[in-house]
Design a protein around this ligand. Structure first.
Ligand code: RIB
Ligand code: CA
Length: 327
């Protein structure tokens, strides 16, 4: 029985790949995509989500809901320096489709109530919508079956600052509230997990390009700007924390090891805004999260490569500044 799923996203680069997994994996029943302020401009993220639906041949089949357009208490901080527009300049005819009228937070609350204890939520952007849903409905935490969060680092380096990973940095108050709310939550962190086991280097990227499918061309295009940034900061490849979060939810056999941690997020620090303190049981703090510590990296790559080899037909043609997107 496919798993009812909502992906809460700040759609850019690997968020697009994560949506492809939710759209194409037979184990997933993607009920909604909810948008949260994060990577790139909000409207741009919405267009990126529709482009991804289109690339998967699913345009119009999965509702897109607009969530919070800025963090709970702070101005929005983006990552356009990392991702550009998030899709390598891809465009398509935007007519004939639009986001739902229902707010993303209301959609999260409604879908969780419709599937009490079953709905899986994968949060791959700042946690603003998730925190707002907790405030909106006292039953939301109990109604959500599993919450997977891409964010923080497990006693490792940040990315937007030395201390903080981007998703938790953008809305630290939301992240703090989510980890205090009582969810059954699994965390997919930036460092060490993503940096050690979910970076695709030259050989993997060449293997994906050689698939020569519409999805592999889409993947290469949406990852282009981020790859250039990654190499500029010493990461020799594309990073895939968001698609990893969806893959691990749907394929727990890819998880090699997790640890029980108490996760809390810094909101008062100047240098440490958004830092995720992950205590491993020797600090007298009860665990509130499972943090993924090791995965089957080859299995994860093979999973995504298999997905990108799917012979889909985009609903509409897409083009780049250099011309039509061709396989
Ligand atoms: O820090 C990694 C997270 O922020 C991912 O969700 C990715 O989308 C990046 O922007
Ligand atoms: Ca993201």
């Amino acid at each position: 029985m496919p798993l009812p799923l909502v992906i809460d996203t700040d759609t850019a680069q690997d968020d697009c790949v994560a949506l492809l997994a939710g759209l194409l994996d037979p184990r997933a029943d993607l009920r909604a995509i909810t948008m949260v302020a994060g990577n790139v401009g909000f409207e741009r993220q919405v267009r990126n989500a529709f482009l991804t639906l289109n690339a998967a041949g699913r345009l119009g089949e999965v509702p897109v809901h607009l969530g919070c357009r800025h963090p709970l208490m702070r101005p929005w901080v983006g990552a356009e320096n990392v991702h550009g527009d998030g899709v390598g300049g891809l465009a398509m005819d935007d007519s004939g489709h639009a986001p739902e009228a229902e707010h993303g937070v209301d959609a999260l609350v409604r879908l969780a109530a419709e599937h009490p204890g079953e709905l899986a939520v994968v949060a791959i952007g700042p946690l603003t919508n998730i925190a707002a849903a907790v405030l909106r409905d006292p039953d939301f935490v109990r109604n959500v079956g599993r919450l997977y969060v891409m964010g923080g680092s497990n006693n490792g380096r940040g990315n937007i600052t030395a201390a903080a990973e981007f998703n938790f940095y953008v809305d630290p108050e939301a992240a703090k509230a989510v980890f205090a709310a009582g969810f059954e939550v699994t965390v997919v962190p930036w460092d060490p997990l993503t940096l050690r086991q979910a970076v695709f280097g030259r050989d993997e990227l060449d293997a994906i390009a050689a698939l020569d499918t519409p999805l592999s061309a889409f993947f290469t295009r949406v990852c282009a700007a981020t790859l250039e940034f990654d190499r500029s900061v010493g990461i020799d490849g594309t990073t895939h924390p968001d698609s990893l979060a969806v893959a691990l939810l749907l394929h727990p056999e890819l998880v090699r090891r997790t640890g029980a941690y108490h996760v809390d997020v810094e909101t008062a620090g100047e240098l440490t805004r958004g830092y995720a303190a992950m205590s491993w049981g020797v600090h007298g703090l009860d665990a509130n999260a499972d943090v993924v510590e090791e995965i089957d990296a080859r299995g994860f790559f093979d999973y995504l490569a298999h997905l990108l080899a799917t012979p889909t037909a985009p609903n509409r043609p897409m083009w780049t500044p250099d011309g039509p997107l061709t396989t």
